[in-house]
Each structure stands twice: as C-alpha cells, then as structure tokens.
Design a protein around this ligand. Structure first.
Ligand SMILES: *Cc1c(COP(=O)(O)O)cnc(C)c1O
Length: 463
C-alpha cells in the first residue's frame, strides 16, 4: 500500500511541464521554486511512509503547495507591524520611529555617494564623526562628541578607555539591568574596569563615594535608573556632587543618562528624566545616552564631554568595532538638526509628537476606527475605551499618559484567539488583552496604519 502510493507521486519532469509550474516560475526564481518543490515532495513521501496521508495529491495541488512554500521562502522575516500597545519606544517593536527628514537622509545616504569620510575643502580623507559632532556641540554645549553603535557600546568604550584595570565607583542602587540581559555590572567587567559598589540599594551619599577613593580609582560613575525608580526612604547622589568630588581628587566622572533627552519634556510636570544639556553643565567629563530612546533618532550611542577624554576614546581600537554606519549618521544628524527649533522637534520627531498627542484627537481617531470596524465586521462588539499609554524604552517608568483605545470583544471566537490571529496577519497587529477585550491604543497607530488595521481586524475575525 505504502509503496504503491509512493509510486503514484508525480514525476518531477511531469510537474515541470504543467502550465501552473510555468506560471510559478514566471513569478519566482526557478531555482528557489525547484527547491520548494523538492521540499514539498520530500514531505509528501514522509507523510505517506508514516501513515499521515492515504492519497496522492494532484499535480496542481503539489504545485499549489510549492507556491505557498516559495512565497514563505522569499518573504522577509523582518516586517512592518502595527503597534497597538500604546508603548511609544517599544524596544521589541524597533523603538523610535524617525522623522521624515531623517528617513529622507537615510534614503539619500543609501542611494548616493556621500562625503562620509571625505573632506570637501581639502580634497582629502575626512572624518565620519565630524558631521554629527558639530550639531551635538551646538545643541548641548559639549566640548567634543563621539557617536558609536549604541549606548551599551558607549558605556563599554568609556569604561574601557578611562578605567581599564582601575576601579570605577558606582552606587549599589544604580547597578541596573536594562533588559535583554544587558546589565551594567556585566558590561563593566567586560570593559576591564573593576566594579567598586558603594552605598546601599536605597541610599547612597557622596561620602560613600569619597571613602571608596584610592590611588587605583579610575572613574566616578553614575547610571540613570532608567526603567525603575526607588521611592520612599531613598537618597541618590546628584551629578553635581559627583563632579565636584571628581575635580577635587582629579578623577574623571561619567554619567550614563540612558535616554538622551534634548526636549524639556518634564519641566514643571515632575517628570524626572534628565535633560542632557542640564547634566552636562554640572561639569561631567563624559555623558552617554541612546539615540533611539527619547531623542527619537536611529539606534546610536552618543558620547559627549571633554575633548581630552573623547580624543582618548577615538584612539581606542575598540572604537572601530563600535562605529556607526552612514545610515545611522545621516538619520541622526537630520534628527539633531530638528532640535535647533524645539517646535520643529516636537512636531516632526514621532517619539515626541506621540508623547504630546492631543487626547481629543486620540479619541476621535478611536471613534473613526471603531466606526469603520463596526461597518465591516459582524459578531464583534466594538467600543472606545479610556486607557493609559507608556513612553517605554526604559524611560519615565512611572508615568502613564491618558489615551484612547479601540476595544474589541469577539463573539464567535475567544479574545485570545483574536489576539493570536491579529499577530499572524501579513501586517501583524500587536495589541493587548485587558478584561476580556482586545485593546488597541490609538497613540501608536499611524495615519497609514488605519486601513491595514481595519481590514486586518476583518480578516482575523473571518479566520
Ligand atoms: C537603554 C540604556 C542603555 C542601553 O542603551 P542601548 O542604546 O540600548 O544600548 C544603557 N544604559 C542605560 C541607563 C539605559 O537606559
């Protein structure tokens, strides 16, 4: 029986003569299509041998299966999704979206040659870091700047350059884990700096730092506790106290500020996210932060500070291993240029504009989408719900922003099933389940997401 079935499997030569096959290879690469066909036939043979199937499909069905497989093979795995979580800097969904000017600059750097490392005045080799350095200095008052791949890389480079083989003093309350198993103590160890923890989890004073200083101290370090806050019986040392101490003992000081805020977001609102410029004037030797968190730029690690320190870092061979590509530099520079006018920044940088989105507009967006969904879909109850968005990206952990969502309660399937189906769409929709409803927060829904959102919900309900 099994052997008989196996013999009945169409010959590859016959399949390749079929009209459907001609259509398939008109659309996809022939080699890839043949690979897919072979894989489908192997699978069929295995199914027959192991008794999972008792019949041999028609040639057109085999080609149909091969076609599905080719489509899967040739589709990018990294794809657009619709962020319905309301978390603006969602690390798992790619963090900050970019301003149109930054996108244009990246496309430009990809499509044309640039003066990336070419000095147009002298006609000689130039420096890829110069482009961003100019605007970073202007915006922050820093003496010098260096851009690397990300802030973890920046922290590594700073520790390795300034404190390799020496002690770096840090408060116990700031030995942070950022997520994705990035832990400050682990980076310190890899950098060759010796971790010297002082104070306690909740309380650290400048005297704790001072008592720990020896002739082997290489660095006084502070880390912004980005993704958590210690409240209550707590005391942390201010950057200003650390820089005063550093100067007294002639020891460099470094602040890992995490997010890299340039826009005075929390002024008067009690939002405790450090403003880069304000921290820098306290006399730090170096500060570092991410490009793709609150700054709203591409992924990057930005290092600002004293020219002498930055020059040392530039000479560190590790800098080459951490260097950013031209897309990063183009996107970062264009984003930074927007900060020359804070109103431009707030309007054009999506991370900022999403934070400041008007609640009334969000409510209207939710009403518009809810109405469209109601019109297209049956067996579903749709409502507009008041919810809370988060900034995300380890920024402002205890701040929630009032927002509006579309809440879906399917009638024929479970809400878990709906959530799963929305995730497996061609343009997946990521929401969250709250009190038996699927919540899609409008704060992170873009204008051009709307048609995909509505049709996606319709497709997911049909199954
Ligand atoms: C996010 C963060 C980092 C890591 O930054 P990446 O750019 O993601 O590498 C390091 N330190 C602090 C305090 C952070 O908040």
């Amino acid at each position: 029986m099994t052997n008989e079935l196996l013999r009945k499997i169409p010959k590859v030569d016959d399949i390749l003569k079929h009209k459907d096959w001609k259509r398939l290879v008109g659309e996809y690469s022939e080699d890839t299509a043949k690979d897919a066909l072979r894989e489908c036939l192997d699978e069929l043979r295995l199914d027959i041998k192991e008794g999972r199937t008792a019949s041999v499909p028609l040639i057109s069905d085999i080609i149909g299966a091969a076609q599905k497989r080719v489509a899967l093979i040739t589709a990018p795995r990294l794809k657009r999704v619709i962020n319905g979580t309301g978390i603006i800097i969602h690390t798992n969904l790619g963090r900050s979206l970019l301003a149109q000017k930054a996108i244009d600059a990246i496309v430009g750097a990809a499509s044309h040659y640039t003066n990336l490392e070419y000095d147009l005045k002298k006609g000689t080799r130039g420096d890829r870091y110069e482009h961003c350095t100019y605007i970073l200095k202007r915006l922050t008052g820093a003496e010098s700047a260096l851009v690397v791949n990300n802030n973890a890389g920046a922290a590594f480079l700073i520790l390795n350059t300034l404190a390799e083989g020496k002690e770096a003093i840090i408060s116990r309350g700031e030995l942070v884990e950022i997520g994705g198993s990035f832990r400050i103590p682990d980076v310190m160890k890899k950098s060759g700096a010796i971790l010297r923890e002082v104070g306690t989890t909740n309380r650290t004073y400048i005297e704790d730092y001072e008592r720990a200083i020896t002739e082997n101290t290489g660095l006084l370090m502070k880390v912004h506790t980005s993704n958590f806050r210690i409240r209550g019986f707590a005391h942390e040392v201010d950057v200003g106290e650390i820089t005063t101490l550093g100067r007294k003992h002639n020891i460099p000081t470094y602040y890992d500020a995490g997010s890299g805020l340039f826009y005075p977001i929390g002024d008067g609102d009690g939002l405790d996210e450090p403003l880069v410029k304000r921290e820098l004037v306290k006399g730090l030797d170096v500060i570092s932060f991410s490009g793709d968190k609150l700054l709203g730029a591409p992924q990057a690690g930005i290092i600002l500070g004293e020219k002498q320190c930055i020059d040392m870092m530039r000479k560190n061979p590790m800098t080459r291993a951490l260097r950013p590509d031209r897309f990063t530099l183009a996107g970062l520079e264009s984003t930074l240029l927007l900060y020359l006018d804070m109103e431009d920044a707030r309007r054009e940088i999506p991370t900022l504009s999403m934070i400041f989105q008007d609640e009334g507009l969000l409510k209207r967006k939710a009403q518009r989408i809810a109405a469209a969904v109601r019109k297209r879909c049956g067996n579903l109850s749709v409502s507009v719900a008041a919810v809370h968005s988060e900034v995300g990206g380890g920024s402002l952990p205890d701040v929630v922003i009032p927002s509006f969502a579309v809440a879906l309660k399917p009638e024929a399937i479970s809400v878990e099933r709906l959530e799963e189906r929305l995730r497996s769409l061609d343009v997946p929709i990521i929401g969250r389940i709250e009190r038996e409803r699927l919540i899609i927060d409008m704060r992170t829904i873009l204008r051009n997401d709307e048609p995909f959102l509505v049709s996606g919900i319709e497709i997911a309900l049909k199954g």
